[in-house]
Design a protein around this ligand. Structure first.
Ligand SMILES: [Zn+2]
Length: 196
């Protein structure tokens, strides 16, 4: 049996989500149509509003609904101390660990020449323009091969400047994503960062 056009379109819509194949997409579509049309409409509105309204912070590239994100516009945060992470989820993880008082720079990815992702694609030109205002960089990219390569690239970028550079490492599992590391481990990893 073929689905009607609107049903088919919704099923295909759900398959953009990570880990959602055609079968789960079909299940979700049927569930919404059969049992929760009101929830479905709320979801549609929230999706559209977020896709239009959530931008990237002009300073750190984290998600933001204004030009600057709440961390970059907070005068109580040390704007000269910058922690470099791969994703907005990493910012959330470090914020939840509750210890860090600096700001962030969010690469939204890592260097991956094979996929055509070079320094500009992860915002390093923007970071470079900010270096004169930075006194400390904390590299918190992932411990994957790409994360390490990205970390090395940034180290090279600031070589010869007076910026102090450190790398969080301890307690973060090899090949691990920061967002899956618990808050206490992450707080410890930040504290025991190793100077490069
Ligand atoms: Zn920001």
């Amino acid at each position: 049996m073929k689905h009607s056009p609107l049903v088919q379109r919704l099923i295909e819509g759900f398959t953009v989500l990570p880990g959602v194949g055609p079968r789960s997409a079909q299940r979700m579509t049927y569930w919404l149509l059969e049992r929760n049309r009101e929830g479905g409409s709320r979801l549609a509105l929230a999706l559209e509003a977020a896709m239009q309204g959530v931008k990237h912070c002009a300073r750190c590239r984290n998600f933001a609904e204004d030009d600057l994100c709440p961390v970059c516009s907070d005068p109580r945060r040390d704007q000269a101390q910058v922690c470099i992470v791969e994703s907005p989820a990493d910012v959330l993880a470090i914020e939840q660990s509750g210890e860090y008082r600096g700001r962030y720079f969010v690469l939204i990815g890592h260097l991956s020449p094979i996929d055509g992702i070079g320094p500009e694609e992860i915002g390093l030109n923007l970071l470079e323009r900010q270096l004169s205002e930075v006194s400390e960089l904390i590299l918190a990219t992932g411990t994957t091969v790409e994360g390490e390569a990205t970390s090395h690239y940034i180290q090279e970028m600031v070589r010869g400047t007076s910026i102090s550079v450190s790398r969080i490492a301890q307690g973060v599992p090899m090949g691990g994503d920061l967002e899956y590391v618990d808050g206490a481990t992450l707080a410890q990893a930040m504290k025991s960062r190793r100077k490069l």
